[in-house]
Design a protein around this ligand. Structure first.
Ligand code: ZN
Length: 289
């Protein structure tokens, strides 16, 4: 199942059509795309049986991905993992963590849609293509063996990062702030349930800036897999339905290149993950730039 936000309303894509969930469920499920994750198991069971969501029965407008909003618009928590691909750690001249992942947050006001235009703040803005796991069931002290059961689905994320604020000096390093400017956490186009993937642990991921391929990898190269990340995070605090986990970026980011490859006004960034689709973002000079 491919769950989207069509004009801010919860919808499922069936046969290339955007089927409105509140309408087809006659009000059983709310139109708010964020609310569904608190009733995820019930929603998935209903969707499997609902005649209006079966192929050839779907009714609704034809899908235009450029009109979709963030499929998970107001997560209570967003976790992000740093240095989760060996070759990305190496390009930054850093040792990858071995025992436990490096964790920071992207504050929830930074969430944006899969085709939004994004304002560039002053500084050095960089791209990071990432797989994002969406939590579908509260997770507290969950073992890696059971972790996938707590995932509603997967989506694509860009962990946009302003490197001067992120790394310092003269100020202290500010990972979480530097990755949380407005619209710095675009996600989408859909939350894709795990049954849609042959192997959700091994997907091609990458991005292209103005058509040039700058990142390309497979998610099996992660140092800490999605289940291991969930086991670690949930050993400290509860993961809540509708939370997001940005799982780290592979090699090829802009600020460790020579010369640096930073995002400029007018640039177009395409980010993709196999089996989910792609997002496309255009950037413009924002306030302060
Ligand atoms: Zn990242």
């Amino acid at each position: 199942m491919r769950v989207v936000s069509g004009e801010g309303r919860l919808a499922v894509v069936v046969d290339g059509r955007v089927v409105d969930v509140e309408r087809v469920s006659r009000g059983r499920f709310d139109a708010d795309p964020q609310a569904v994750y608190t009733r995820w198991e019930e929603f998935v069971a209903w969707a499997a049986e609902e005649p209006g969501l079966q192929p050839h029965e779907a009714s609704g407008p034809a899908l235009d991905e450029t009109e979709l909003a963030a499929p998970v618009p107001e997560p209570r928590q967003i976790f992000a993992i740093g240095l989760n691909y060996q070759d990305h750690a190496a390009e930054g001249g850093l040792d990858a963590p071995e025992a436990t992942p490096m964790v920071f947050t992207k504050f929830p006001t930074s969430v944006a849609g899969p085709y939004d235009e994004i304002p560039l703040p002053a500084g050095a803005v960089d791209y990071e293509a990432e797989l994002v796991a969406v939590i579908g069931k509260r997770a507290e002290r969950v073992s890696a063996d059971h972790a996938w059961c707590h995932v509603a689905g997967l989506t694509i994320g860009q962990d946009l990062s302003e490197r001067e604020l992120q790394t310092g000096p003269p100020h202290p390093p500010q990972f979480s702030l530097a990755k949380s400017f407005p619209k710095f956490s675009p996600i989408g186009p859909a939350v894709v349930t795990l049954d849609e993937f042959e192997d959700p642990s091994d997907l091609e991921i990458g991005c292209r800036l103005n058509g040039e391929q700058l990142q390309k990898a497979r998610t099996r190269e992660m140092i800490f897999s999605v289940p291991r990340i969930i086991a670690y995070l949930s050993s400290v605090l509860p993961l809540l339905p509708g939370d997001l986990i940005f799982t780290g970026t592979p090699a090829g980011v802009g600020f460790t290149r020579t010369p640096k490859r930073l995002i400029a006004p007018g640039d177009e960034l395409l980010t993709y993950v196999e089996g989910i689709g792609s997002m496309k973002h255009r950037f413009y000079a924002g306030p302060g730039r």
